[in-house]
Ligand binder design. Structure first.
Ligand code: HAM
Length: 427
C-alpha cells in the first residue's frame, strides 16, 4: 500500500526548499528595515473569527473553509488567511495598549488552507508572506506598504509586474454604492448567474468579483464606486494617488476591483504578474486597508493596512522569468577517503572543517575513489580532499580545487590549525 499527498498540497523537497528559504530570508530582511516584527498565530481558529471578518457571503467562507467540530464540540477552521487571526490576536493581547509601539507592525510567513479547485498557482494548502500595520489612518501608510511589496519583487529579481489600485471608501460610500449596484443589477436580474442573484440580495458588491462570464459582461457597465465616494473617502484616495505620483510609482486604477474578502475599506491593491504563463492566477500580492475590522472583533476603533502574497505563485514567476537564485546549499569541501583505516581520520578532518565554519561532507559508504569523486562533483564541492592510507601514514592530505584543477599536498596538521588559510589559498 502506498499513498499520495492529499490533492492540492505539495511536498517541498530539498532542491526546492532552498528557494523557499531565499524568498523568506529576503522578506525578513526587507520587512525588518520597515520595522515589522514576526508574529505566529495558530493554524486553526474559531470559525467565527474568520466568518465575521472575511464575510459569510464570500467564496472563502461559504465554499472553501476546512472547518470541523473538535472533540469538545467547538466549531474550528483551518485558517484560510492571516489577517483575521492576527486581528484576533491583536485584540486578545491588547497590542493597542500604551506600552506597545503605534503603529504596531507585524509580518507572518506560513501555510493557509482553502478548499479550492487546484490548478497551477492555486492550491488547497498554500503559503503566504504577509504584513499588517495597525493604528495609522495616514495615507502614507498605504503608500509605504505598497512600496515595500513592490520593493520585495524587485529584490527577488522579478521584472514583469504591475500595481493595480482601487478604493472601497468608507461606510457612507458603500451604502450609496450598494444602492446604485442594486438599482443597476436589478434591471438585469434574469441574466445574472444563480450565485449573483443571491448576492444581489445579500452583498451586491460581491457580484463585481464574479467569475461567471455573463455576470462579467454586466459588471463591465456597472456604476463605478469612484462616483460614489464620500468627501472623506475621496480625500483619502486622492492623497494616496498624489503620494504614489510624488514617488514616481506607476499604477493603474481599476474601479471594479473589490477583492474576495469583506473587511476592506478605502485603499485596496493587487500586484499582478505580466507573465502569460500564470493565466488566471496572476495576482501575486493583494491587500488593503481594513479600518473597521479591529472594532468588529471587539477591539477599540483602530485602522489597519496589510497585504499577503502567495509563495507558490512567486516561485512560478521566478521560474518563468528564469531568475537565477543564489546557491544556498554550496559545499566548500568534500573528503574522499580510501581504505578502512582512514575512516576515523576522515571523520576528524570533516569535523575540523565544519568547526572552522565551512560546509563539508565525506563518503560514508566505503565507495571506490572514482565514485567518491563523482559524488563530490555532483554536490558541486569547491575543494576535494583525498585521504588514502599512504597519505595517512605520511600525515598528509591531498587537496584539489575543482574549478581550477590546482592540486597540492598539505600536512593534516594544517587542516586542524588553520583551515581558512588553506581554503583561501586554494580557491
Ligand atoms: P487574498 O487575495 O485572499 O488576500 O490572498 C493573497 C494572496 O495569496 C493572493 O494574491 C495569492 O497570491 C495567494 N493565494 C490566495 N489563495 C491561494 C491559493 N489557493 N493558492 C495559492 N495562492 C493563493 C488575503 O489573504 C488577505 N489576508 C491579504 C491581506 C492582508 N489584506 C490585508 N492584509
Amino acid at each position: 500500500m502506498s499513498y499520495q499527498r492529499p490533492k492540492g498540497t505539495n511536498d517541498i523537497l530539498p532542491g526546492e526548499s532552498e528557494k523557499w528559504q531565499f524568498i523568506e530570508e529576503t522578506a525578513r530582511t526587507l520587512f525588518s528595515r520597515y520595522q515589522y516584527q514576526e508574529i505566529r498565530t495558530p493554524l486553526f481558529e474559531h470559525y467565527e473569527v474568520i466568518s465575521r471578518s472575511v464575510g459569510d457571503t464570500t467564496d472563502i467562507v461559504s465554499k472553501e473553509m476546512y472547518d470541523f467540530y473538535d472533540k469538545g464540540n467547538r466549531h474550528i477552521t483551518l485558517r484560510p488567511e492571516g489577517t483575521a487571526p492576527i486581528v484576533r490576536s491583536y485584540v486578545e493581547h491588547k497590542l493597542f495598549g500604551p506600552e506597545h509601539t503605534n503603529p504596531y507592525k507585524v509580518f507572518y510567513i506560513g501555510p493557509m488552507f482553502r478548499y479550492e479547485r487546484p490548478q497551477k498557482g492555486r492550491l488547497r494548502q498554500f503559503h503566504q508572506i504577509g504584513v499588517e500595520a495597525f493604528g495609522s489612518n495616514n495615507p502614507a501608510t498605504d503608500v509605504e506598504t505598497m512600496i515595500m511589496a513592490l520593493e520585495f519583487f524587485k529584490q527577488l529579481g522579478i521584472k514583469q509586474f504591475h500595481l493595480v489600485i482601487n478604493t472601497l471608501g468608507d461606510q457612507k460610500t458603500r451604502k450609496n454604492y450598494r444602492q446604485a449596484l442594486v438599482d443597476y443589477f436589478f434591471a438585469y436580474e434574469s441574466q445574472l448567474s444563480e450565485d449573483s442573484k443571491r448576492r444581489l440580495q445579500e452583498n451586491p458588491l460581491r457580484i463585481l468579483d464574479s467569475k461567471d462570464k455573463a455576470d462579467q459582461k454586466l459588471v463591465a457597465d456597472a456604476p463605478s464606486i469612484l462616483d460614489y465616494l464620500s468627501p472623506e473617502a475621496f480625500q483619502h484616495f486622492t492623497q494616496v494617488t498624489t503620494m504614489l505620483d510624488a514617488l514616481e510609482i506607476s499604477y493603474e486604477i481599476e474601479p471594479t476591483m473589490v477583492r474576495g474578502l469583506d473587511y476592506y475599506t478605502h485603499t485596496i491593491f493587487e500586484i499582478m504578474s505580466d507573465n502569460p504563463q500564470l493565466g488566471a492566477q496572476s495576482t501575486l500580492c493583494a491587500g488593503g486597508r481594513y479600518d473597521q475590522l479591529v472594532e468588529e472583533l471587539g477591539g477599540p476603533d483602530t485602522p489597519g493596512f496589510g497585504f499577503a502574497m502567495g509563495i507558490e505563485r512567486l516561485l512560478l514567476v521566478l521560474e518563468n522569468e528564469a531568475v537565477e537564485l543564489p546557491d544556498l546549499h554550496s559545499l566548500d569541501a568534500y573528503v574522499v577517503n580510501i581504505g578502512a583505516n582512514t575512516n576515523v581520520e576522515a571523520l576528524k578532518v570533516t569535523q575540523a572543517i565544519r568547526d572552522a565554519g565551512f560546509s563539508a561532507d565525506r563518503d560514508v559508504m566505503g565507495r571506490k575513489a572514482k565514485a567518491q569523486f563523482k559524488s563530490a562533483d555532483k554536490k558541486g564541492a569547491r575543494l576535494v580532499f583525498t585521504l588514502g592510507e599512504d597519505e595517512l601514514e605520511a600525515g598528509m592530505i591531498n587537496v584539489k580545487a575543482m574549478a581550477s584543477g590546482k592540486e597540492k599536498r598539505v600536512p593534516l596538521e594544517a587542516i586542524y590549525s588553520d583551515f581558512a588559510q588553506i581554503f583561501e589559498e586554494m580557491s
